[in-house]
Design a protein. Sequence first.
Length: 128
Amino acid sequence: MANKKPKTEHLTTFADMPKQELKEIAAKGGKAKAEVEQKRKTLREQLMVLLETSTGGNSTNNELISVALISRALNGDVRAFEVIRDTIGEKPANKIEASVDNSPPPKIVLEVVKGNRGVDNAKTTGSI
């Protein structure tokens, strides 16, 4: 069976494209990114307004949500406790400790030794 040519032969890499075409693609990507960021900003702004809105009493939605979250934590909801802890800035950090040793890696020497029946055995010396 003969090798078939890949179906990607009509594709062009960025390196092969004219500079003007690359600029157009980059501009389209930049515009799309700006639109997505604007939508995210709008949602964030809407949520902030709603959280600051009063519910008819003296409390804002933000305060009522906080009270409900604390109530759930007091009733044993561990996830609610974690949200409160993380929100007030007491989230435990994941620590990874590493040390760097600047010494060169160990040398491993392979030595071929003839065995009893003419079979070669590899023998290593050195330590890892």
